[in-house]
Every structure is written in C-alpha cells, then in structure tokens.
Design a protein around this ligand. Structure first.
Ligand code: NAD
Ligand code: DAU
Length: 366
C-alpha cells in the first residue's frame, strides 16, 4: 500500500479518489483533520477496504513509527501542510509546526523504516514530497518561468516553511540516500477546493451576493492547473521519476487575478444568472444583474508575490506528462461542481470559517 498524508484536504482527497478509481493498491490516509481536512470529500470511499483512514498528526513520531511498522507502505505521498498564504501572515507558527517539523518527523520515520528494509524493497521505496512553485519567489513581467534550477527565494511564511521542508527532503536524499522525489506545482483549482482560496471564494461569494475581494490592482499573475492534472502528474512522478530529482508541474496558464474573477463571473452569469436566482448585492441591497458588479478592490496582501510562472518542460520531456485540461475546460467543470455541490459548501462554512472570513476581510488590518 501507499501512505498518503493530508488526504482529506483539497489536493490530497482528489489524489486519493483518483488513485482509488484507477488502481487496486490500498491507501493509508493519515490526516489531522484541521479546518482544511474534510471527510465529506472521501464519503464515496466509506465502504472501501482499500482506503484506511487514520485521524492523526504528522508531528506524532510514535504514531508514525507504528503506522510504518503495521502497514509497511511501499511509498509515501506527502501532502499534509498548512497551505494558505493569508493565514501564514496572521499566524506563521502553525506553518513551521506542520510544514517544517511535520515533514522532518515524517522523514525520520520513513528513514528508520526504510533502513530496515531488504535491499530490493529499499530500492523500490519512494518518498514523494508535494511542494509548491511559491518557493521560487516572484517574477518580473519579462522574466523566464521557474525551472527546477531557479534559486529559492520564498517571500511568505508559508512559502518559507515549504522551502524549508523541500531542503530537508533534499538533504535526506543526499545524506542518507532516502529515495525521495519532489514536485513543485503551481496554483490548483477544482472540486473540494476550500473557499478561502481565490477561485472557490469568488464562486461562493458571488452566489451569496457578497463582495468579491480583489487584492490591490488584481494584476498579480498565477499559473493555474486543474487539480486532477496535478494528481496525474504526481502519479507519473511516483511511477517513473528519478530519485533525488525535483519536477516542476504547471498548466501553461498564466492569468491575472482580475481576469480569473471576470471569467468566474461570466460563467456564473451563464450557468446561474443572478436575476433568475434573485441575488441581491449584500451591501446595497439592490438586485444583481451581473456577478461582476460585486468586484471590490481591497487592501493588498502584505509581501504579495507579483507573478508565478512554471516551466514544465522537464516533466513533459522525461516522463511524458502533460495536463489534460485547458483553463477554459477546467474552470467550467469547477464552476459546475460548485453549483452542483452547494451542500458541501454550506457544510464547510462553519463557525471557524466565518471567523476567518471576518478576520481577513472585515476587520481593519493591523
Ligand atoms: P489543504 O490545506 O486543502 O489540505 C491540507 C490537508 O493536510 C488537510 O486535510 C489537513 O487536515 C491536513 N493537515 C494539516 N496539518 C496536518 C498535520 N499536522 N498532520 C496531518 N495532517 C495535516 O492543502 P492543499 O491545497 O490540498 O495542498 C496540499 C499540498 O499541496 C500542500 O503541501 C501544499 O503546500 C501543496 N500545494 C498546494 C497547491 C495549491 O494550489 N493548493 C499548489 C502546489 C502545492
Ligand atoms: O502557487 C501555488 C500556491 O497556490 C500553493 O502553494 C498554495 O497552497 C495555494 O494556496 C496557492 O497560493 P496563492 O496565494 O497563489 O493562492 P490564493 O488562492 O490564496 O490566491 C491567488 C491569488 O489571488 C493571489 O495573488 C492572491 C489573490 N487573492 C486571493 C484571495 C483569497 C485575492 O485577490 N483575493 C482573495 O480574497
């Protein structure tokens, strides 16, 4: 079996569902179920003997030792992390705890287990670390896209903690020979995306007639990849990646935030027109004609990275991976998914979600 960490979160749950649908190999899913972890994402696996869920923390060394000994995974796919940049600005400590200490504990447990394996099993073992393009910092408008050799220059507590974890993974390969793989991916979007992040927040706010908060001038650029394409890239790297290597994963879809927001609004105008749903502007009380009327420019994110772009030629050249979705096909699927899964959205908008939204968007900045 494989051990997946963070498999109840956005990308982890998409990965586990895809894995379950396309292989017969069981998954041991270790997740602490923070605000971002949601068992609803995995409901379709509730009766499956090929999905074993463990509610636990990756910083718990005793638990990790026991899980490795009992389940003897042939690979680890490590998603578990604190993942939201804005939260890392308000409270960086949790990011160091999970992303740095947690990855360290997981590496230590994996190393101890791997050391005792027979030579053949040692060779076949893989530790795949899921990381981000944010470790490379920010690009100017004319800079070439990030490659695997771009120097690290993380700018937020989140990206700094992910960079630290990447360095630990690299060191465990270099020093101990642990067969590691690292993927650095761009912005994902798709089903089960927690509505604190740009795309799901815009969909959810628009349908509720709430302002669509665009940070600063909205001209910041991200590269967007449909989440299922990210999952297929991880599977491919796990299967055929060269150990000790890193692979950049991206969608060749650079878009300015303001354009993303307009695209989401236009799709909602088409698929769920505001007049037909009697949506009112939550601030003015006026009936809404088009969702773009809700766009509101707000204070910028401190230290906001201006542009990310991924050069994904290495994974394409070496492993033959390419995204299956364009942004146009992926974003349409995503908007449709949110329209069809309003119960999922309502369930995650609990007290702690409302506290976060109030803190981030309604209280004056310190
Ligand atoms: P997420 O926040 O949606 O999910 C994180 C999951 O990890 C949750 O299920 C949470 O309960 C679990 N978790 C958190 N702390 C834990 C701990 N201490 N022990 C065990 N489980 C814990 O995150 P995501 O967007 O799915 O991202 C997954 C991974 O992919 C992260 O490592 C992130 O850095 C990376 N990544 C994300 C993106 C993106 O666009 N979302 C892009 C590139 C890389
Ligand atoms: O690049 C990969 C990274 O993408 C991942 O490592 C992170 O885990 C993931 O959260 C994401 O980080 P971003 O900060 O790019 O994603 P987010 O959805 O928070 O923001 C996307 C852009 O939209 C960013 O420029 C900030 C902006 N934004 C975001 C929010 C939540 C807004 O303008 N308004 C908002 O309300």
């Amino acid at each position: 079996m494989i051990l997946v960490t963070g498999g109840a979160g956005f990308i982890g749950s998409n990965f586990v569902l895809q894995w379950h649908a396309s292989t017969t190999e069981p998954v041991l899913n270790l997740d602490a179920l923070t605000y971002a972890g949601n068992m609803e994402n995995l409901r379709s696996l509730a009766d499956s003997s090929r999905h074993v869920f463990v509610h636990g923390d990756i910083t718990d060394a005793t638990l990790l030792e026991r899980l490795f000994a009992e389940h003897r995974p042939r690979a680890v796919v490590h998603f578990a992390a604190e993942s939201h940049v804005d939260r890392s600005i308000h409270g960086p400590e949790a990011f160091v705890h999970t992303n740095v200490n947690g990855t360290f504990r997981l590496l230590e447990a994996a190393r101890a287990y791997w050391n005792d394996l027979a030579a053949e099993e040692q060779q076949a073992f893989r530790f795949l670390h899921v990381s981000t393009d944010e470790v490379y910092g920010t690009l100017g408008p004319a800079d070439p896209a990030f490659t695997e050799t771009t120097p690290y220059a993380p700018n937020s507590p989140y990206s700094a903690s992910k960079a630290a974890s990447d360095h630990l993974v690299r060191a465990y390969h270099h020093t101990y020979g642990l067969p590691t793989l690292t993927t650095n991916c761009s912005n994902n979007y798709g089903p089960y995306h927690f509505p604190e992040k740009l795309i799901p927040l815009m969909i959810v706010n628009a349908l509720a007639g709430k302002p669509l908060p665009v940070y600063g001038d909205g001209q910041q650029i991200r590269d967007w990849l449909y989440v299922k394409d990210h999952c297929s890239a991880i599977r491919r790297v796990l299967e055929a990646g060269r150990t000790g290597e890193t692979y950049n994963v991206g969608g060749w879809n650079e878009k300015a935030n303001i354009d993303i927001v307009h695209t989401v609004c236009a799709l909602l105008d088409e698929l769920a027109p505001a007049p037909a749903r009697h949506v009112q502007h939550s601030v003015t009380g006026k009936p809404l004609q088009r969702y773009a009327e809700l766009i509101t420019h707000v204070a910028d994110r401190p230290g906001h990275d201006r542009r990310y772009a991924i050069d994904a030629r290495k994974i394409e050249r070496e492993l033959g991976w390419k995204p299956a979705e364009t942004f146009e096909t992926g974003i349409r699927k995503t908007v449709r998914w949110y329209l069809a899964n309003q119960d999922w959205v309502a369930n995650v908008q609990n007290g702690s979600y409302r506290d976060w939204i109030q803190r981030q968007y309604e209280e004056p900045r310190e």
